[in-house]
Ligand binder design. Structure first.
Ligand SMILES: [Zn+2]
Length: 290
């Protein structure tokens, strides 16, 4: 009886796998036609392992997440360039050690969607969570950080400047598309990277709305997070960000993020170059509370 079941399973697997393989060989370009189904299955399986189940409408099911009584304070780490030369650039090897520390110490890296649920529902998919963010969308986010993040199976968010796409040392549209398919969310850092607190409400609104429309279109997504350029914002920015359709906005105010700051004024932990691994660890531990 058992033997038959094994044979039956093997036959079923053969039916599922073979068409994909054959197609790949015939086309000579991999399993492009058959792959989406298989990839989706793998994603669902991985998500389940990490405790990220989804309901039938694709919403994250937080039922299995750890619920906390006191308000969660979440470290949102802020990086810019992964290179060397000034106070905004973290050298690759330092970044590599920091990601290794996070992995070895059991940290789970959140997507924007998950971070929103952590902050608003006071639940976490894991006892230890961080949200990794990069401002400005430098090319090295693709050439250096992306590989290290993939090696560690980590998610992150890049806040891209609309006018900088395909320009100079910034990400190209193709790089953004590739990253967004592989765990890196691309969100808005406005169109022109100007200080919002010096603008009229109309100008601020244009920066926020036009960049959302741009990233929604390029990445075929609902862009939900805004990073205020140079951390500058005012009371109007908070309202306009929400009206433009963002669910959250991040600042450069130091420390862990919590809901009581307002979902459009979330604090971040700046990661500067020259930080020891111990220094990195204490920054994160001090910014985490639940
Ligand atoms: Zn910036």
């Amino acid at each position: 009886m058992k033997k038959y079941r094994v044979l039956w399973m093997a036959a079923l697997l053969g039916i599922l796998i073979l068409p994909g393989c054959t197609q790949g060989i015939l086309e000579g370009i991999g399993t492009k036609t058959a792959a989406p189904i298989a990839e989706d299955d793998i994603e669902v399986a991985e998500a389940a392992e990490n405790g990220i189940g989804r309901d039938s409408e694709g919403h994250i099911d937080t039922g299995e997440w750890i619920k906390f009584e006191s308000p969660v304070q979440l470290p949102i780490l802020m990086y810019h360039s992964i290179s060397e030369g000034n106070g905004l650039r973290v050298p690759r090897e330092e970044f590599r050690s920091q990601m290794a520390w996070l992995r070895e110490n059991g940290y789970y890296t959140l997507s924007p969607e998950e971070a929103f649920l952590v902050l608003t529902e006071n639940r976490m998919p894991s006892e230890k969570c961080v949200w990794l963010t990069f401002d400005d969308g430098y090319t090295d986010n693709y050439t250096e950080a992306f590989l290290i993040l993939k090696e560690n199976d980590m998610k992150a968010t890049v806040f891209m400047i609309g006018k900088s796409i395909d320009k100079g040392h910034h990400l190209t549209e193709n790089q953004m598309l590739e990253m967004s398919k592989d765990g890196i969310s691309i969100e808005s850092h406005t169109i022109n990277h100007l200080e919002l607190n010096r603008m009229t409400a109309e100008q601020q609104e244009a920066e926020m709305v036009q960049s959302k429309v741009l990233f929604d279109r390029i990445l075929d997504q609902d862009t939900t997070v805004l990073s205020y350029p140079v951390g500058r914002y005012n009371e109007e920015s908070l309202r306009l960000s929400e009206e433009a359709g963002y669910k959250m906005a991040v600042t450069t105010e130091p420390g862990g993020a919590s809901r009581d700051q307002g979902m459009h004024a979330l604090h971040r932990v700046r990661i500067s170059p020259g930080l020891s691994v111990d220094g990195f660890a204490s920054l994160i531990e001090n910014a985490s509370k639940h």
